[in-house]
Design a protein around this ligand. Structure first.
Ligand SMILES: [Zn+2]
Length: 249
């Protein structure tokens, strides 16, 4: 059985059209539209939209309907594509002249701590609907964490069509010895305008290994508990009810 993610063609097509439009309009910030930059953008977008799997060969007929029926998904692919092109346009320099293999991520020496991917969702506390447009920053020991390559970003953003989900894949960290277990203290800081920011702490023990994970399919995944944000005005009302009974409001 051959399973195929239909989003690959849809996203590739959309990214190429967007590059062509930007290039045609002589957009000032677009520094490059070569094949490598386009591929980076495609993978940036594919890492952020939900996959749609079909059995190979049957995809063609479905393709046109997927986007037609889903306005939210279409808007999100558009927003994420623009975000990806900007990011890749800004960060292209260091890897750009190098062959593609080298631009993925700088080499990590072994032994190394390899991390799982982390994923989770951001929900609105008033109705438990996913929140889009939240900023999710992953820190380790209080410092922002470096991602495995530039198609993963930190802070990440959430989108409606991915049901408020975010995900991270942390770059491996070199260490002295293999088979040493170390506890990493992470925090996730979530913010969105109009909502009270939330910080969630968690700890992950990792054992150092004699190799570096650089294929996504060799990596396991850890689900972070749902993070729930409450609107500022709700929090304000609650505090007001409790404190300052004499104050005129
Ligand atoms: Zn390029």
């Amino acid at each position: 059985m051959n399973i195929h993610n239909m989003m690959e063609e849809i996203v590739a097509q959309h990214v190429n059209i967007t590059y062509d439009l930007l290039k045609g309009a002589n957009t000032a910030w677009l520094s490059c539209d070569c094949e490598n930059c386009r591929l980076d953008t495609i993978s940036y977008v594919l890492n952020r939209v939900p996959p749609k799997y079909v059995v190979s060969g049957r995809g063609v007929n479905h393709n046109s309907n997927v986007l037609k029926d889903d306005i939210q998904l279409r808007a999100d692919i558009d927003a994420i594509t623009n975000e990806g092109i900007r990011l890749i346009s800004e960060t292209k320099r260091p890897f750009h002249a190098l062959p593609r293999k080298d631009c993925e991520a700088s080499e990590v020496e072994i032994p190394a701590f390899n991390f799982p991917t982390f994923s989770g969702s951001v929900l609105d506390g008033s109705n438990f609907e996913p929140i889009s447009g939240a900023s999710v920053l992953l820190k380790c020991d209080g410092k922002p964490v470096e991602m495995v390559d530039k198609t993963w970003v930190n802070p990440a953003a959430t989108y409606g069509s991915t049901r408020g989900q975010y995900s991270f894949w942390i770059k491996s960290i070199s260490t002295e010895k293999a088979e040493v277990i170390k506890k990493f203290n992470f925090s996730i800081e979530v913010s969105k305008e109009g909502y009270e920011p939330v910080i969630h702490h968690f700890e992950v023990p990792i054992q150092s290994e004699m190799h570096v994970h650089n294929e996504l399919n060799s990596v396991y995944s850890v689900k972070i508990k749902d993070i729930v944000l409450f609107k500022n005005d709700i929090v304000d009302t609650m505090t007001r009810d409790v404190v300052l009974p004499d104050e005129e409001l």
